[in-house]
Structure formats: C-alpha cells, structure tokens
Design a protein around this ligand. Structure first.
Ligand code: F6R
Length: 641
C-alpha cells in the first residue's frame, strides 16, 4: 500500500483526495470510460493484460453502457482484459436476477469480447465452510496476474466501499461480511422487498482495494454528504471510503449534485477568493446565521470576521447593510399568491400579477407527487381562481402491492353482482389474477393486465385527490410516459415518444406557469427522467417559436425525498394549520401508498409525515432567520430556459 500523496494541487480546497466534478453522471462516466479505454489500449500496445477491478450498483451503469458503446462503435477490444469484481451477495445463486454476476453480464460482459475465463466474481453460492478458501484463492488470483491496475468503486451512503461496512479494518482482505442494515435498505429496490435482501456478502477487503495501482471512485446525485465526509473528513474506519485518502493515486469522479457538500462548492469563501454575487452573499450570510443561531438582522461585524466572512465585510462595508440585503431577499421570496397577486404592482414579488387568472400545469412524476410536494400551493392556485391542470407523467403502477389488485377486483365482481350486471368476464380476470399472484416469484414481472389494474388504481386515487382540491376531471391528464412502462424498477431512458406526448400536452394547454419536480435525488431515477422530458419539451417548443412559451414561467418543487436549500428558495408559499391538515388528508387519498409501500427507501416515515416535517422545517428555518413564523411552507426554485 502506498501512502505518498500525488502531485495534485489541492491548495484551494479542503479535499484530501483529488475530486473531479462533471456537470452530469453521463459526462463523469465518459471520463472514466476513456480512462479505462486508454489503459486497455496502452496495455495492448505493450502486449500486456489489463487488470480491472469492477463495481456494481446503480452508479456504474452509465459507465458500462459507455464501454459497450465504445466496443460496438469504436472497436474497443477487451481481449486483454481480466476483471475482478468487488463483491457478491451471500447466499445467492449466480443465476438469480439480483446477483452481481447477473448484473455484470447484463450490463457489460454479454456485450463485449472479453474471454469468459478472464471474468472473476466472488462466488455467493458456495457452502459456508468453503468460503474462506475461496476468498484466499481470490486474493491469490489477483496477485498472480500482477495486481489490479485500475479499481472502479462506488460509495454507499454509509461510506462503504465494496461491501466493507463502517468499522471494517484497513487490513481486511477478501472475506465474508454481514451487511449493514442501511445497505440492505438501500439495496432493497433490487429485490422488491427488504426481507429478500441477503444478510451477508463476500467482498474484497479494504487492503485488497488499496493495493490497486489506481482507483477511481464514482458518485452521483444524493451522495453529496458522504462524498464530502470521505474526501474532507478524518481518515476513519467508520467511513471506509475516507481510508482512500491514504492511497497515492485515487480520484473521486462525481457530478455536480454529489459535489454540493464539498466546502469549495458549499462555502467557497472559506477556500479562497470568491465573487460576491447577491446569491453568494445570501448563501454565506444564511449559513452564518444558522451556525451562530442568530436572526439575520442580529449578525455583527464580529460574527462576519469570526466566520470567515471578513472579505465580504471589507468589500461591502457595514454588516447591517449586508444583513438588510439578505433579509429583504428572504422576505421577498415569501408570498401567499403563487399565481401572482392580481391588481397589485409588487416589483419584488416572485410571480407576475398579470395575466390573472393564469393557466397552470402541475407535472406530477408519480400520481401522488402533486399533493405530497406542493399540495398547499395546488390548493391556493385553484382557490385563487387559476385554471389548474395536472399532468400525471407516469402510471406509477409498479408501486402498488399485489394485495390491492385482488381487493379491487373483488370489489368489481361484487359491484356487478350488486347491480345484476353480467360479471363473467370480471370473474375470469379475478381468477386469472389471483392464480398468477399466488404463484408469483420474487421479482417476477406482473402480467400486462395486472399492471393495467395497478395503474388504474393509482389513476383513481389521483382523480379523487384532484376532485378533493376542486378540479374538474377533464383537468387531470394521464400522460403514461412510455419510458416508465418496463414493469420493473429499472426504467428505459427518455425517448422521442415521451417528449412528443409532453409537447402535445403543453401545446394544448399553453400554460402561463408550469410546476415540475426538480428532483435529482429520486432513488430510482424516475423523477429525473420526468424532469428531463419537461426540459427537453420546453426547449423544443421554444426553438419552434410557439408564442405562449415566452410568457411561461417554470417553477421547480422537490419530490418526496428532500427540500431545496433555504438559500436557493425563490418562492416560499406559507400554509395555515388548516391547510396542513387539508393537505394531509389529500395525501391519505392515495391509499395504495399508505403504511407500507414497496419502494420505501431508507426513510421509514410515511409520505405525509415526510411532507409535513419538511414543510414545518422550512417555516422554522425562515423563522430562525428572523422572518415571520408561519405554520408550514412549500418551496420553489425557478428554472430559466
Ligand atoms: C457494488 C459495491 C457497493 C456500491 C455502493 C453504491 O459492487 O461494492 O460498494 O458501489 O453500495 O451503490 P449504488 O451505486 O447502487 O449507489
């Protein structure tokens, strides 16, 4: 293991590992793919084998897609490549859909010219007594081929690398481990159900990983907190990835979202000079106020100097003037009129007062995101006389439990019985569905009929919520975007059809306002695709010169998983205690999502609790900063296109 630092200029950051930030995961993956391809070719020229250490999980999927493309379109050959995967679940059959062996073949090996003999993946199907010997042999095999030239890593939210969970020794080698509960919950989406996630795994050890000549760790999206901890924090076995600080050639390759907790991004004034734009001042002052637990208007010059903001003070003068500037920015983001206040001229108001009423489109990625994420604003828009339309982007059919299907079919049969309607066909559908579900294997895809029924259940819930708000049925639009309809957790990428459906819908309504989920932290990526579809549709409509588009403003809300940073919020809509309760009941209408949903993620709170906690917290943050204390608030950021 080497412990010398490489010659990278880290002087303007707090990072102890070089971090390369890319605009998107695709660009980051392309960078890593080029590194791999160059290494393979260099080794080819020398007549040597190229030894790669590979990872699984959601992170490297786009990397493998790029390598496959390079093989198919650019003739990159993998004939001289020998691979060692980091880990495998235990116990699990290689052939199982969820095994890392299946994953690797599905995403990479089946599509390239690697010699199958050169593929090594820890074996998760051996009897327990043989695992130790297998692990020893795995280590010997790596050494026999001269060690790993390039190791690819992902990172768990708890900082694990491979399946080396917090507490793993720096000296650990390939071995059997028990999975952390956080990991089992995070990976439950691969298995449909947490109880099916194996409790153990076979993984390369930390010392095995550190022996690699070069390491590239990739991280996208919601990994920001753990990336910052690993790259900037102390080296500790409690955050296994932080041990990579002791390697002499390790780089983190991350996207912008995963970079947001790095000091140079979050608080750039602490790592060197920065340009004091109004937004940067707002961020710096809000962070200082929250850290010192003082309202904005109580911050003093002493606070500025003590918190690394002496430069700002020197440049802008009086603390009180800066405080006022930030206070007004926060104050002006608050409004009870999300569609603009009619007949009022308020220059700093987040929305225009004209035209009034407006045509508003709320895009809801799943059938309940509208009410969960912006239920209070939804109600206000309708109550204040705007013409509100909801575009439900996906059917959401995958997140309905099987029990719901038989329950509703039972209802359909009973309903027809009650009114003497011929129910031969319904009974047949019920029997077939019940038979299928009784023998359904873990992870088996539903039949088309069952998926359609699950979609219908969610559609009825969405319609009921819209009626509850006061919308007419014709204002609920079910777009059923095709990218979602795989029947499985893994979705197709955005396609032409998704964009065409969305453009046609927008051109029909010609909205003045659009709300959509600006969510990059959706665990399964659906929200992100839904957002990309809206962005692409708007860009194309604008390029085509449709007149209405220049008067259309796009507001982004966050989905169920997190909230905007308080400093980024451009429109905050207060909610009264009554509105909080009304929103809660609106969320309850989505009965198929109550209590236990198939894709809960690592947060065990129900959706209404997450929504409420988050809205209460936003109101509390505003109050802590010295603004009026509302019961709750929903928050939006504007997208300029
Ligand atoms: C996978 C592995 C894990 C993952 C990590 C991140 O072979 O060893 O350490 O890299 O759990 O998983 P994703 O990429 O799914 O977030």
């Amino acid at each position: 293991m080497a412990n010398k630092k490489i010659n990278v200029d880290l002087s303007d950051s707090f990072e102890k590992i070089p971090v390369k930030i890319f605009a998107t995961p695709q660009l980051g993956s392309q960078f890593v793919a080029i590194e791999i391809a160059n290494l393979i070719k260099e080794k080819q020229r020398k007549g040597e084998d190229c030894i790669l250490g590979l990872a699984t999980g959601s992170t490297p999927i786009s990397l493998y897609a790029e390598l496959v493309r390079m093989h198919q379109q650019e003739g990159l050959s993998f004939k001289n490549v020998i691979t060692f995967n980091l880990d495998e679940y235990y116990p699990l059959q290689r052939k199982a859909l969820q095994s890392y062996s299946s994953f690797m073949h599905r995403h990479l090996f089946n599509h390239i010219d690697i010699d199958p003999e050169n593929i090594h993946i820890p074996n998760g199907e051996l009897p327990k007594e043989d695992v130790k010997k297998h692990c020893l042999k795995y280590e010997q095999l790596i050494e026999a081929v001269g060690g790993i030239d390039l190791q690819i890593l992902g990172i768990g939210n708890n900082g694990h690398i491979g399946f080396n969970e917090p507490g793993s020794s720096i000296f650990s080698k390939t071995r059997m481990v028990t999975l952390d509960n956080i990991t089992r919950i995070a990976n439950a989406y691969e298995f449909q159900n947490i109880s099916q996630v194996p409790r153990m795994a076979v993984t390369m050890g930390i010392s095995t990983i550190l022996k690699a000549k070069k390491i590239l760790l990739m991280a996208w999206g919601m990994k920001a907190p753990i990336v910052a901890k690993a790259a900037e924090g102390f080296v500790t076995e409690q955050v296994p990835a932080s041990i990579l600080q002791q390697h002499n050639d390790c780089t983190f390759v991350i996207d912008e979202t995963a970079s947001t907790e790095l000091t140079r991004i979050k608080s750039p004034w602490l790592t060197g000079e920065c340009e004091w734009t109004p937004q940067m001042i707002k961020r710096a002052v809000i962070q200082m106020a929250l850290k010192t637990k003082k309202p904005i208007l109580s911050l003093t010059s002493h606070d500025y100097n003590e918190n690394g903001l002496g430069d700002l003070l020197a440049e802008k003068g009086e603390a009180y003037e800066i405080n006022l500037q930030v206070y007004y920015m926060l104050r002006d983001s608050i409004t009870g009129w999300p569609g603009g206040k009619p007949n009022a001229i308020i220059p700093a108001h987040p929305e225009r007062s004209e035209p009034h009423p407006k045509r508003c489109v709320i895009f809801s990625p799943h059938p309940d995101d509208d009410i969960i994420s912006m239920g209070g604003t939804f109600m206000r828009l309708h109550d204040q006389g705007h013409e509100v339309h909801v575009g439900y982007q996906t059917s959401g059919n995958i997140a309905v439990t099987d029990e719901f299907v038989t329950r509703f079919l039972d209802f359909a049969v009973g309903f027809e019985d009650l009114f003497g309607i011929d129910n031969q066909k319904t009974k047949q559908v019920l029997t077939e569905a019940a038979n299928f579900l009784a023998g359904k294997k873990p992870n088996q895809l539903d039949t088309d009929e069952i998926r359609a029924i699950k979609g219908l259940i969610r559609r009825c819930e969405a319609k009921a919520t819209c009626r509850y708000i006061g919308l007419k049925d014709e204002n609920c639009h079910f777009l059923n975007l095709p990218f979602y309809e795989t029947g499985a957790v893994e979705k197709k990428p955005m396609s032409e059809a998704d964009v065409e459906i969305t453009m046609a819908f927008l051109r029909k309504i010609k909205p003045h306002q659009i709300y959509c989920a600006g969510d990059l932290a959706d665990p399964h990526g659906t929200h992100k695709v839904c957002l990309d579809v809206v962005f692409e549709s708007m860009r194309r409509i604008k390029a085509a010169g449709d007149k209405w588009v220049k008067d259309c403003w796009v507001w982004l809300y966050k989905g169920a998983w997190q909230e905007w940073d308080i400093a980024d919020i451009e429109m905050a809509i207060p909610m009264s205690p009554d509105q909080i309760v009304k929103k809660r009941f609106g969320i309850f209408i989505h009965q198929s999502q109550k209590d236990m949903v198939p894709f809960q993620g690592s947060d065990s709170r129900e959706f209404w609790q997450r929504a409420e906690d988050r809205n209460l917290n936003t109101a509390k943050l505003y109050a802590d900063l010295g603004l009026t204390k509302y019961a709750a608030m929903e928050a939006f950021v504007r997208w300029h296109y």
